[in-house]
Design a protein around this ligand. Sequence first.
Ligand SMILES: Nc1ncnc2c1ncn2[C@@H]1O[C@H](COP(=O)(O)OP(=O)(O)OP(=O)(O)O)[C@@H](O)[C@H]1O
Length: 260
Amino acid sequence: MKMDARPPVLGTDALHVSVGARDVCRGLDFTLQPADTLVILGRNGAGKSTLLHTLAGLRAPAGGSVLLSGQPYAAWPRGHEACLRGLLAQSQPDFFSATVLETALVGRHPYLGRWDWEGPEDEAIAMVALEQMGLAGFAERQVPTLSGGERQRLAIAALLVQQPRLYLLDEPLAHLDLHHQIQVLDHFAMLAAGGAGVTMVLHDINLAARYASHVLLLDGEGGHAFGRAAEILTAPRLSAAFGHPLRAVQDGDTTLFVPA
Ligand SMILES: Nc1ncnc2c1ncn2[C@@H]1O[C@H](COP(=O)(O)OP(=O)(O)OP(=O)(O)O)[C@@H](O)[C@H]1O
């Protein structure tokens, strides 16, 4: 059997994350391999964004460690982590007086020297990403003229332009209509199939069931359940985590979770 020599995309070792006086998770151990898609679920305030920022290396854990491509963040040469992992934050900064293309090109910055300008190759990468996010005709538009969903797709396009090995997505479906929700999730599924790692915070349990290979369910009090999606996504576990009864409904091979 041929062994995959690439290190895991992401890992945690006894990770302890807290915010204020509360624990988000204690003793969290998981490994995300290339082609895995991890969905983080939990009620409002459970700490999903806080955990995602910790996984992105932007927030120090209270204990334990995060391993990006097999090494702690501190072990990577300065700036190199941006070539390995990209974060889609929950709220996007305002890009005033910038065009859509200029904004998408921000994703190339990790690859440019301090005094370099983006070249035609960078521009070609950005144009492809804009097209993939349904923004092909928007390149010269000013960002403040975009709708909420268009801005969200632009933020995703800028992340695609970054071409990291690990995508960390905080509520990537925010502001998106149904068609674009599926388009975006299909796109990340395609990137995962090509060997990327995807970790995303979602609120829609049924979309989580459709796209996740693994699920991390936070209980909001520091406890968690991690495992393969089918093992974690059960009505009793989800009802307890969300504090609302859910029942499982079978539709052919698909299990749907319906709130009572
Ligand atoms: N500096 C802080 N001090 C104390 N509590 C904080 C601080 N920053 C955030 N919190 C709290 O920590 C908790 C976790 O916040 P976080 O944004 O990670 O939750 P979340 O699971 O992503 O929530 P949501 O589903 O609402 O987006 C929240 O209850 C939030 O109010």
